[in-house]
Design a protein around this ligand. Structure first.
Ligand SMILES: [Fe+2]
Length: 204
């Protein structure tokens, strides 16, 4: 995927979305004294960039997303609808399609943790809350139903280690984990993660 100098208009619409900004500013405030990993723009962009690198790997074979969440269902339940994966056809296509592919990856990365603030305040699982909050933002940004299905699925499954390899869900899951510099973290000894879950060495 050639990403040089590509315009990402819909991603930039997300970055200018008032509701999106409200959620990430709220998280920023709630994490002001947090010594562990933060969920800020730096993290979102790291996830997006790593996800693009993983996506570039030839072994990536995009297929349909994992189950999409349904905000009307109780926490823990997932919808069984599986929209077709438009990433598949865009992988080898021209610049417009390449931009679309990058936009889908960036949208998922920018939005995957926006429910963190609600998790801190109410205890709700943030991957489900993020998916619920992301839906209107994705639509306002101009993504179609199929693209929204992919993005929402990736957000809802970004903590699901059972994600099948090759799907956008799996790419965002892996990028999220790889983005954390545990090898440089001063709070690593206090972190609840076991050593096998930490990035104790830099790798890609
Ligand atoms: Fe994250």
């Amino acid at each position: 995927m050639n990403l040089y100098n590509k315009h990402l208009p819909r991603v930039n619409r997300i970055l200018g979305d008032e509701e999106y900004l409200k959620y990430i500013h709220e998280i920023e405030e709630l994490e002001r004294d947090r010594i562990f990993c933060r969920h800020n723009m730096e993290h979102f962009l790291n996830v997006a960039r790593i996800a693009c690198l993983l996506d570039h790997d030839d072994s990536y074979d995009a297929s349909e997303p994992v189950d999409s969440p349904d905000a009307s269902k109780p926490a823990g339940s997932l919808d069984s609808s599986k929209p077709e994966d438009s990433l598949d056809s865009s992988k080898t296509a021209g610049s417009h399609e390449t931009s679309s592919r990058a936009e889908i990856i960036y949208a998922a990365a920018l939005l995957h943790d926006i429910g963190r603030g609600h998790e801190y305040l109410t205890g709700v699982r943030h991957e489900e809350e993020s998916a619920r909050l992301a839906s209107p933002i994705i639509r306002r940004a101009g993504f179609n139903d199929e693209e929204e299905g992919l993005i929402i699925s990736a957000i809802a499954n970004h903590r699901n280690k059972e994600c099948p390899e090759g799907r956008l869900d799996s790419i965002i899951y892996r990028a999220d984990k790889l983005s954390r510099p545990c090898y440089y973290c001063k709070a690593s000894q206090l972190c609840h993660k076991t050593d096998d879950k930490k990035n104790l060495e830099l790798k890609i």
